[in-house]
Structure formats: C-alpha cells, structure tokens
Design a protein around this ligand. Structure first.
Ligand code: DGJ
Length: 352
C-alpha cells in the first residue's frame, strides 16, 4: 500500500546542489556538483533544449591555465560541468603557462556538422595576439585546434606597438573577440585589432574555420570605430538590426560600456551611448561585457547581458553579472542592475 501511494505522488522537485533559485549578479555561482563555475569571458550556445556555456577556466591560476571549460543547462540557472573541452596543455607551447586562451565562443556549422570554437590566443605579456580556431563533433568536446592565425593584414599606418607585434609581417593583431551566427547561415567574427585601436568584423568562411576569402575590405570585412579603442565585443541581432555592446580598455578594471547599431553587419555602424542605466552604470555594474544571449522562450526581444566582474589578483574568483533586458523598437537600449531575478522577470520587463 505504501508503495502504491508513493507511486501516485509526484516526486519532490530536486533540490539543486548549488541551492540557487535566482540569478544573483556578482555572487559566487556553483555548478550542480557544488564547485564554482569557471567559464569567464565566455558565451552560450543553444543545442536543442540544452544550453552550453563555454569560458575560460582559471581554476589552476590566472591566464586560464586549465583551458576552456563547458557547462550545460536546460534552465540557464543550474549548470552541469561538462569538463575541460580544450585543455590548455593541448595548445602550442607559447600559449601555455604564461600565455592565455581568452573569450572562447562556439557556433554550430550545419554542413560539416561541427561545433566551431574561436578564441583569442596570446603569449606571455599578450605579445602574440592571434586567433585560435578549434572544432568538435560534439558540443561537449573534445575540441581540436585547427588554426592559429592573424586573419587580416591592412596598412593602417602602424606604429611602435605594431613593430613589436610584427603586424606588417604577420597580419594585424587579434585580441578580444566574439562570434555572430546570422539567420542566413553566415557567421562573423568581431575582434579588437590594430594593436587594440580598432575593432574589425569579418565574415567567416563557409565552414566557419577561417575568414571569408579573398579578403576584400567593405565586402568581407570592415574596420569599426577607428582609433576608439573598444574591446569585449558582444554582438546580437533584433528584428534585422545588428547591435554590438563593447567596453573601453582599462585592463581588468571596469569602465563604461557603449553600444553601436547597424543595418548591415559590415556597417556603417553608429555609436549610440551607454546601454547601462542607473546605479553603477558608469562601470557597467562593475563588470565587462562577454556575451548577449537571446532568450526566445521568454519573448522575441528578450536577452541576457552576460558580463564578468573580474578579480584581477585571483581571476578564478571573478564572478558573473547576468542581467535581463528587453529591446524596445525605436527606444534606446536599457540594461539595469537587477540584484536578484529569474526568467519570470522578462514578463515584468516586457510589460513596462
Ligand atoms: C581586458 C580584456 O577584455 C580581457 O579579456 C583581458 O584580455 C584583459 N583585458 C587583460 O588585461
């Protein structure tokens, strides 16, 4: 009898190991094993009903000595550790130890059925400034590095920095980056180039592991915001309009974000202003942009702004600032600090 009763009763909802029932910006976020999530400077990819969050794993020390990790979730709140999908020690020597693998982003390429990761690879003291591209047959890895390069060479006049970085010989530098998978199957990479002075955007090759060739300025790639020194790009698209959130450059310290809009990916882009509003908006809520995640299950114009609150002296203790926002046609972007929220928050935001 007891057994029968037990069978008819709905099982109690599982208690999350991390005890979380809400997004709380700037507070340690634990995975479903109870360990702090290590996915900094990262991005999220949706695969069916699962989300995969990729990012820098600094557990073994700053410079993400561990490599690139992946976590998966169906509700964006509780994340299962899928492990290190690109170990740091699988990279060429100069990127290990004191080198870095930063801001990884993954998109899916339908034709080759492969998950393609792009990242910023750099040597000691950021002296290499290259793109890294890795591929995997599965979203939870393992990823295999297939290309290390500086995608575009362009004579912008150069300068002292570029001589050290050998931009004339090797192509222009590649640092903070992001990918954008467009709805027509094309994909783009945005990155800080020209020794961090100017943002570039380039269309990717059909298999997403290279830039589109032949490289033609204005047709396959463009220079954005010359000499404006923007980084931490986070692109997204709403109703046919492209948006790009960027930060200024102040190392690990936060600064005011800006956003830019365009009707075509290669531009022209227009800088509009700071998308952050309210308390702490001058420091982007003490964080730096990493990614903008569409949440179509909440509404067509619902997004999560994902950012890192860096702890420069102990990068593994950096936290995440995730904030919900809704894009309203014809109105400026507004991202506000919400100290505690769940996906229901979109309903209230959309009704405003
Ligand atoms: C700011 C960048 O956005 C980060 O990804 C990292 O490269 C730090 N600079 C290093 O100082």
């Amino acid at each position: 009898m007891i057994v029968l009763l037990a069978c008819h009763r709905a099982p109690p909802p599982p208690t999350p190991v991390d005890g979380r029932d809400a997004f709380v910006p700037g507070v340690e976020w634990r995975d479903t094993d109870g360990a702090p999530i290590e996915a900094h400077g990262g991005g999220v990819l949706r695969v069916g009903r699962r989300y995969y969050w990729y990012g820098e794993n600094h557990r073994l020390g700053g410079g993400n000595k561990t490599g690139i990790s992946a976590y998966s979730s169906t509700d964006l709140l509780h994340w299962k550790n899928e492990g290190v999908v690109l170990p740091k020690d699988s990279l060429p020597e100069r990127f290990r130890d004191r080198g870095v693998a930063e801001r990884p982003k993954v998109i899916y390429e339908r034709r080759t059925k492969r998950y393609v990761m792009w990242m910023h690879l750099d040597a000691n003291r950021y002296s290499d400034a290259s793109a890294g591209v890795a591929v995997s047959a599965s979203p939870n890895g393992p990823f295999r590095l297939v290309r290390v390069f500086r995608p575009i060479g362009y004579d912008y006049g150069y300068g002292a920095d570029s001589a050290q970085l050998r931009e004339r010989e090797l192509g222009n530098t590649f640092r903070d980056m992001a990918l954008l998978a467009d709805d027509d199957g094309r994909a783009y990479v945005f990155y800080a180039s020209e020794s961090n002075r100017t943002m570039y955007v380039s269309r990717l090759s059909d298999d997403y592991t290279d830039v589109a060739r032949p490289i033609v300025e204005g047709r396959t790639w463009a220079r954005l915001f010359p000499d404006a020194r923007r980084e931490a790009p986070a692109p997204f698209k709403v109703d046919g309009t492209y948006y790009l959130i960027t930060s200024g450059q102040s190392g690990w310290d936060p600064n005011p974000a800006r956003y830019h809009v365009a009707e075509r990916v290669l531009g022209p882009w227009r800088t509009v202003g700071n998308p952050a509003v309210g308390p702490d908006s001058a420091t982007t809520f003490r964080s730096q942009s990493a990614f903008v995640l569409p949440v179509p299950s909440a509404c067509a114009r619902c997004f999560v702004f994902m950012a890192d609150r860096w702890e420069p002296r102990a990068l593994e203790r950096s936290t995440y600032v995730w904030l919900p926002f809704v894009v309203r046609p014809g109105e400026p972007l507004r991202i506000e600090l919400v100290p505690r929220w769940d996906l229901g928050a979109f309903r209230a935001l959309a009704a405003r």
